[in-house]
Unconditional design. Structure first.
Ligand SMILES: [Zn+2]
Length: 84
């Protein structure tokens, strides 16, 4: 099912909803405050996934994060430090 991104005009939150293509978008509600005054945003897919609604965040992004962290870990430098 595709992710749809919405902006709530009541609480100004952006959120994403996982909806089937046949779902009635008019009945979408804000996941933060429950308001129906939400407007769909153009599909940005992976360009901007906020942490606001991590429950519905893209699983691809969530899986990428640990890998990035591993690569960002500094290499052990204690060997050269001991030699100094
Ligand atoms: Zn809201």
């Amino acid at each position: 099912m595709p992710l749809y991104e919405y902006h709530c005009e009541d609480c100004q939150q952006d959120f994403t909803l996982l909806q089937s293509v046949s779902a009635n978008k008019e009945e979408s509600r804000c996941s933060e405050c429950g308001s129906s005054k939400v407007r769909p945003k153009m599909s940005t897919f992976s360009s901007k996934v906020t942490g606001m609604t991590s429950k519905t965040a893209s699983p691809v992004t969530a899986k990428d994060l640990p890998n990035t962290k591993i690569f960002d870990l500094p290499k052990p430098r204690h060997v050269s430090e001991y030699q100094n």
